[in-house]
Design a protein around this ligand. Structure first.
Ligand code: ACO
Length: 327
């Protein structure tokens, strides 16, 4: 890394809605099968928020879980960064809604970040930069999505993939330890039309103008982007960090598709068993898949203090970003 990080991830939390949507439920909604979904994606079920539960509600519950699980105080945080593509409102931001709901002082900065499935990693990078350059001391990062609210449940290409969930991380100043060992990012904006949500402009999909606020993707194109670009990005990240893949205890890629993750593991030379995932029971929750995978590994004691983790997110944009952190 070009500078010595002074930031460390000190706590994690998560929340997933109660309601399950299984592959068998989906068989009754569109022309699909449990067998197809598991074989092509690895997903068995996903969680769906109810009509009155919004992104900031999920975020708030993930923060509550973090506070309880790690017995930390967060009254003294100075910045909230929320990564999401499904904010409650266009404005105010989810981070502002949370600051208000938590009664935090007006000296707290708030910022939402849209990097789709790479959002958690980008948000960690921003937190690391803010802390290491002395602008912040204690940053709350939340990745949270309600993809069910922008999913067309008549479109089998997308509705079998997505789910809702939230993950939160506390990033703190630490003079003694270097918590961030390397960072890397990139993008391919020219391929933005391969994965998008309809909005104000309809240039990506004029034929879909009557279906505003839905996700569309060319699954095969995104798949090919991931299995080509991500191994290259990981190699660059390791080189930049003066590390090799053998230094990594856990690989935590964006949990979109198990076949894609296995292909990436094989290409970068890490055992498939060292990949932490969350897609099996939560589906693709975009920016939340990585913290949810960490949270699952924390809960069943796979994750140990001192473990070196390589996190790599990729998705809409098209964006991608990686960090190596010591837990
Ligand atoms: N059930 C049954 N059949 C289906 C379904 C379904 N749900 N969806 C598609 N099919 C059919 C297709 O119609 C096609 O049929 P055909 O051969 O008769 O034409 C066949 O299955 C194969 O379709 P493909 O799209 O080629 O299937 P593929 O093996 O590529 O799998 C998938 C599709 C799972 C979407 C895969 O491409 C993928 O995971 N892509 C990456 C998605 C991703 O990672 N998105 C990331 C970011 S998300 C974000 O940023 C918000």
């Amino acid at each position: 890394m070009d500078f010595q990080s002074r930031a460390k991830v000190t706590a994690l939390g998560a929340y997933i809605p109660e309601k399950k949507l299984t592959n068998h439920n989906l068989e009754k909604m569109v022309d699909t099968s449990d067998e197809w979904i598991i074989q092509r994606t690895g997903i068995k079920e996903r969680r769906i928020s109810d009509d009155t539960e919004f992104t900031s509600d999920l975020a708030y519950k993930a923060i509550e879980d973090l506070v309880e699980r790690f017995s930390v105080t967060i009254d003294d945080i100075d910045l909230i960064i929320v990564a999401t593509i499904t904010p409650d409102y266009r404005t105010p931001s989810v981070s502002a809604v949370i600051q208000g709901r938590m009664n935090l002082p007006e000296t707290v900065g708030v910022l939402d970040l849209n990097a789709a499935c790479a959002g958690f990693v980008y948000a960690l990078q921003v937190a690391n930069g803010m802390i290491t350059t002395g602008q912040s001391q204690k940053v709350l990062v939340v990745s949270v999505e309600e993809l069910s609210k922008i999913t067309d449940y008549t479109d089998r290409d997308t509705c079998v993939l997505f789910g809702d969930g939230a993950g939160a991380a506390l990033v703190e100043y630490n003079q003694k330890t270097t918590g961030f060992l390397g960072t890397y990012y990139g993008s391919d904006g020219k391929s933005g039309n391969k994965l998008y949500c309809t909005g104000l402009s309809d240039q990506f999909g004029p034929e879909k103008v009557d279906r505003k606020n839905y996700l569309f993707q060319d699954g095969r194109a995104v798949y090919n982007f991931a299995i080509k670009t991500i191994p290259r990005g990981i190699k660059a990240l390791l080189e930049k960090s003066d590390m090799t893949i053998d230094h990594i205890d856990w690989f935590v890629p964006h949990s979109a598709n198990l076949r894609m993750i296995h292909s990436i593991c094989d290409k970068i030379g890490i055992s498939r068993e060292k990949a932490l995932t969350s897609l099996e029971y939560f589906g693709n929750t975009s920016s939340a898949t990585i913290p949810l995978a960490l949270w699952l590994a924390l809960k069943d004691d796979r994750l140990k203090r001192g473990d070196k983790l390589l996190l790599y997110g990729f998705g809409g944009g098209l964006t991608h970003a990686g960090v190596i952190i010591e837990w």
